[in-house]
Design a protein around this ligand. Structure first.
Ligand code: HSE
Length: 431
């Protein structure tokens, strides 16, 4: 049987998962694909720590060039994460004629254009199923299963850590810090958990999804990003009373000839499917013109789910190699009806607004007056506690307003001496 030689750079959690799957299911995979997947070399800086799979010492190296420069290796799997030296390793491997599998969302979001162009130039492919939603086959679905469609929107819960934190706050009444501590202990979080919590990991994934759906690999600076650290247990509870759940959403939405891309905590109707996505689970809700509205759901992080996606890429690439095929995976044609990226200032949405104010006459009138001055209309108001000396919460739902106007009004409201804490404003999506 023809052999496909694989070199893995990065023998961490996911790398070990890939080795485990190929070890345990190699024969089964071979019978399915008619090719033998051979792990020829594994590279990691740490050659000492125990993994949950044992490998022959002769396979392990600290030197990535034993993989990159080995002419027998067909596919290089990059699983070290981060920008450097992953970018350099992939560049060198492409220049040496290797095909690539990577799970590196940050790298693709920042250097995707450069790497895809190089791959195309060299007639090689880069596959990246594990970069979004771990084992959920969302990349393959957008690229292949839905290839005939045009997309209207994508709403993704694509960061398991943030979703876990919000779920624990909502269901167990954990504080933000307690919930984050647990997420870190469970190993979902990035090395730098602020990437999860402040929304950047979701932005990396959104940039990949919007590339596949809309043919645009945008600069990260074109994605508006706001994390979940402003969300409190109280907000989750008030939102629930109003019939909403709070989720960190990655949103790509086409309206007329504009595309908007944003990541932020969002109130969504409690009866929407996305509201019931709890814990570390991810879900991507895709609205397409032919196949309709589709939901892709599953664990968004974890050793074997991510490794499952990597192995799926290895199988696809093995078929390509056998067929002598260059699949311009990444020559995705842009949606030409999109003329510009909509700036966050021009986005309109409804808002949940919570202010903490003293309970005394005229307070509400002042806040309402400032909103009115910016042309912003209030849909509902409720004061959550009464007659206390310290600040009490006033929760409002704001009718659809322009972001720019809302920001101006909030700037003024936050300067009032009756305001005891910075106001919390969270966008509402009707979905
Ligand atoms: N830190 C990421 C998450 C891991 O929490 O979703 C998977 O990309």
């Amino acid at each position: 049987m023809e052999k496909i030689n694989i070199g893995i750079i990065g023998f961490g959690n996911v790398g070990a998962g890939v080795v485990k799957i190929i070890r345990e299911r190699g024969a089964n995979l071979s019978s399915k694909i008619g090719l033998h997947l051979e792990i020829k070399k594994i590279c990691d800086k740490d050659t000492v720590s125990k993994r949950n799979v044992s490998v022959d010492k002769s396979l392990i190296t600290k030197d990535a060039h034993e993989i990159i420069d080995d002419p027998k290796i067909d596919i290089v799997v990059e699983l070290i994460g981060g920008i450097h030296p992953a970018r350099e390793f992939i560049t060198q491997a492409l220049n040496k004629g290797k095909n690539i599998v990577t799970a590196n969302k940050a790298l693709l979001a920042v250097y995707g254009r450069e790497l895809f162009a190089l791959a195309s130039d060299r007639g090689k492919n880069i596959y990246f199923e594990a970069s979004v939603g771990a084992g959920i086959p969302i990349i393959k679905s957008l690229r292949e299963g839905l290839v005939a469609n045009k997309f209207n929107s994508i709403y993704g819960i694509v960061n398991g850590t943030s979703n876990f934190v919000l779920s624990q706050m909502s269901q167990q009444n954990y504080s933000f810090d307690e919930a984050l501590r647990e997420a870190k202990e469970k190993g979902f979080a990035e090395k730098d958990p602020s990437l999860d919590i402040e929304g950047m990991d979701s932005a990396h994934k959104l940039s990949i999804l919007s590339y596949l759906a809309f043919g645009r690999l945008v600069d990260l600076s074109d994605i508006f990003v706001e994390g979940i650290s402003c969300v409190t247990n109280a907000d989750i509870n008030y939102a629930r009373e109003l019939g909403f759940a709070i989720k960190l959403l990655a949103i790509a939405k086409k309206e007329k000839d504009e595309l908007e891309l944003r990541v932020h905590p969002t109130l969504i109707p409690e009866d929407h499917l996305l509201s019931s996505v709890g814990g570390v689970f991810n879900a991507i809700y895709v609205s397409s013109d032919l196949a309709g509205n589709l939901l892709f759901y599953g664990p968004g992080a974890g050793q074997l789910s991510a490794a499952s996606a990597v192995v799926s890429d290895l199988v696809d690439l093995s078929h390509d190699i056998k067929a002598g095929l260059f699949r311009p995976t990444l020559k995705i044609s842009p949606d030409t009806s999109i003329k510009k990226l909509r700036k966050i200032d021009d986005i309109e949405s409804r808002y949940y607004l919570r202010t903490m104010t003293l309970d005394k006459p005229g307070v509400l009138a002042k806040i309402a007056g400032i909103l009115a001055k910016s042309g912003i209309s209030i849909a509902s108001v409720s004061q959550k506690e009464k007659g206390r000396q310290e600040a009490v919460p006033i929760v409002m739902i704001i009718h659809s307003a322009k972001e720019k106007d809302m920001r101006t009004a909030l700037g003024t409201i936050n300067k009032l001496d009756i305001i005891k804490q910075k106001a919390v404003a969270i966008r509402i999506e009707e979905l």
